[in-house]
Write a protein that binds this ligand. Sequence first.
Ligand code: A3P
Length: 304
Amino acid sequence: MDEKEVTEENKRSHDCKELIVSLPREKGWITPYLHLFQGFCVPKSGTTWLKALTFAIVKRQHFPISENHPLLVFNPHELVPPFEFVIYDENNWQVHELPKMPEPRLFGTHVPFASLAKSIKETNTKIIYICRNLFDTFISTWVFVNRIMPEFLPALPLEEAFERYCKGIIGFGPSWNHILGYWRESIARPDKVLFLKYEDVKEDVVFNVKKIAEFLGYPFTEEEESNGVIENIIKLCSFENMKELMVNKCGTMGKGRIVENKYFFRKAEIGDWVNYFSPSMVEKLSKIIEEKFSGSDLSFRLCD
Ligand code: A3P
């Protein structure tokens, strides 16, 4: 991102005061990220779904699908907690105790690949990355921020949020850099990074569930396949099922969190952006995408 743009943006009024107050200031790691938020949260691209699927896949020995399954009770972000918002943020999590947790240990992060800790990059930790076409990502993020207003982040008019997004101002940095960082690593080290696109998972969820299971070293046996285990996992983690559960439970994520579970489940469509984008917005973002992704061989499906 252009440092100058960020600095100038920092002088503006949307300064995330609430967020700063709600995060532990004394822990120095968060401060560099805060100026990137600019009142506009992390990109919404299917993390909740990926966490649910991954949890259900790797924990299936412990938690076969039944009425007591943790995914029927907890938001996937509680079962696969994000490092930057939970592990370092809540007193009951002690980083030095993490290795004592039973394997397989599942965590989430929004941190760009280049900024990941060496202990993640240089060990046999496996990474599954999910991203989504930037049009839907932007709208999903914008609606999320505006819905959870005013408790969490200040709302932004669509045009202003879009201008910021086009300058790369979003939690954890420009989406194109974020995506390309993981994309390149997935090509260089396919055993280390599994790169998924939201649109592809939607198109063939069975194929992608098997892929995740194999990548993580938990392949399905023939018996499991014939007993419908894959289908049950998919059904459990489906948008319709999770939305129903979470909206009815209407809880908040973890203790003291402000975001209600229901806000993580909206429409789950490919192409909802057409209801929001003007022709000039389409032109602007298309140009950015063409420029930033040129030569990467990476493209995204924009409509169903
Ligand atoms: P929409 O806002 O377009 O509906 P994240 O989990 O990274 O925050 O991304 C949120 C997006 O994923 C939202 O998109 C949300 O509706 C969608 N989503 C959440 N759970 C899902 C699921 N189980 N299956 C498919 N999409 C899901």
